[in-house]
Design a binder for this molecule. Structure first.
Ligand code: HEM
Length: 446
């Protein structure tokens, strides 16, 4: 049996009185990378009062997220969002989490997802009708609007045309509030009488109103179409009671956010990388021509859109929409030979590990062909985990992959995007990895 070391692993020197606070650094991503180079696969730092172990090895991903998952709960950053997401699937814990996961899972079964393809492509084509050759746009904003419309329609049968702006704006304000060092601030700060906090409170109220309206309307219409909302409403406890409006509200807000922002990011970063890599773009166009010849893609085309899939996978390697996963230990345990105590935190970063040259040759290169079966065989299983891993891994993974592939294929057949010269494209690690100043592109009609 491996020996357990009682002392702490090495790490950056703590600064008095707050220790180290990487999220408050000017560039947290570079800070984590630098520390990893300096201190190795496991290092320790203190962020304010929090004890943090940073892990950078696929074995540790498996150890924390799979083998010992029951010994960890979501970390403080996620817990701090509970006032927004309540007991939704992302933030829930323990038995109530498992119950919700079991109810929700069928909405994401393969056969059901295949039925979503037509809505995804028809919404995309409709969305592009407002674009014109030569337009300059923020492609990230566009992808956010489009994926929000799609998830609202497919999971809640909701047309968000008039409401899209309100929902997008409110979610943006709430999530934007969680950037940088603010991520670990306690949620009660939202009660402060400051204008920024008033905006946050207003956004939360607006989302509540929308969510409760959706629920009221659906309860009244008794409309049953097998979407996520119907599944949630039909679910019954052993005592026959259904979900309360509050639980439905929590899931609605969770899925409106989790179901659009990350997929929009995977596409936004893919457009950015395609714009910088014309030889990859050319190969993509060749595949689209060969498989689709100008028609809209369907679910049945997925097995043949292999290069398109590799482009998405590779974009999520270099720019993972979820850039880190963090957990808090519920009890003492061992990771990487070190003894962790209850309340210790672990952080594992997709950004850092998916750019590690031990696992990815020429890691900075946008090289979709690294995902060909022969080459991918040498990548360790847990070195690439854009959707997390283990029982708390992304419930929407297949939905997201299909959506990203279909949208990329649909849009790339009609447009190419040239990144506006001089526009700074800067990844900003908030809850997700957003482009700080958006991604401004010029549209070219194909
Ligand atoms: C490219 C797109 C996506 C990425 C990169 C992504 C990433 C992730 C990651 C990393 C986690 C795990 C977080 C953790 O372990 O702490 C997660 C969980 C989750 N995702 Fe996604 N996601 C994507 C799309 C979606 C979509 C489309 C939906 C819903 C329609 C969704 C819903 C969720 C939910 C509800 C959870 C929590 C699951 C649970 O704890 O049981 N995600 N996602």
């Amino acid at each position: 049996m491996a020996q357990v070391i009682q002392s702490r692993p090495p790490g950056p020197k703590p600064r008095f009185p707050i220790g180290n606070f990487p999220l408050a650094h000017a560039n947290p991503l570079a800070t984590f990378e630098r520390w990893t180079r300096e201190f190795g696969d496991i290092f320790y730092y203190r962020a304010g009062w929090l004890r943090v172990y940073f892990l950078n090895h696929p074995d540790y991903v498996e150890s924390v997220l799979v083998n010992q998952h029951q010994n960890f709960r979501k970390d403080r950053v996620v817990r701090n969002t509970r006032w927004i997401f309540g007991d939704g699937l992302l933030t829930n814990e323990g038995t109530p989490w498992l119950r919700q996961r079991r109810i929700i899972q069928p909405a994401f079964h393969r056969e059901r997802i295949a039925g979503y393809a037509n809505t995804m492509t028809s919404y995309t084509n409709e969305f592009m009708d407002s674009w014109k050759d030569g337009d300059t746009r923020d492609i990230h904003q566009d992808m956010m609007r489009l994926t929000l419309k799609i998830v609202a329609k497919l999971l809640f049968d909701l047309e968000v045309d008039e409401e899209a702006e309100k929902i997008a704006h409110s979610l943006n304000t709430l999530i934007g509030q969680g950037a940088g060092g603010r991520m670990i601030f306690p949620p009660f700060l939202r009660y402060l009488p400051a204008p920024a906090m008033a905006k946050v409170r207003r956004s939360a109220r607006q989302l509540d109103e929308i969510a409760y309206r959706i629920i009221r309307q659906r309860r009244k219409s008794a409309h049953e179409n097998g979407d996520l909302l119907s599944l949630l409403m039909q679910a019954r406890d052993e005592d026959g009671s259904g979900m309360t409006d509050k639980q439905l509200r929590d899931e609605a807000i969770t899925f409106l956010l989790a179901g659009h922002e990350t997929t929009a990011l995977s596409l936004s970063w893919a457009w950015y990388l395609l714009g910088l890599n014309p030889e990859v773009e050319k190969k993509l166009h060749q595949e689209l021509q060969q498989v689709l010849s100008g028609r809209a893609p369907e679910a049945a085309d997925m097995p043949r859109l292999t290069y398109t899939e590799k482009v998405i996978k590779e974009a999520m390697r270099l720019y993972p929409p979820g850039w880190a996963v963090a957990r808090t230990a519920l009890g003492d345990c061992e990771v990487g030979g070190y003894r962790l105590r209850r309340g210790d935190n672990v952080v594992i970063s997709q950004w850092v590990m998916q750019r590690d040259k031990r696992f990815f040759t020429d890691p900075e290169k946008f090289d979709p062909d690294r995902w060909s079966p022969e080459r991918a065989a040498s990548i360790p299983k847990f070195a690439y985990f854009p959707f997390g891993a283990g029982p708390r891994g992304c419930v929407g993974q297949s939905f997201a992959m299909m959506e990203a592939i279909l949208l990329l294929a649909t849009i790339a057949q009609r447009y190419t995007f040239a990144v506006v010269p001089g526009h700074p494209v800067v990844p900003m690690p908030s809850v997700t990895l957003r482009p700080k100043h958006g991604i401004r592109v010029v549209l070219r009609r194909r």
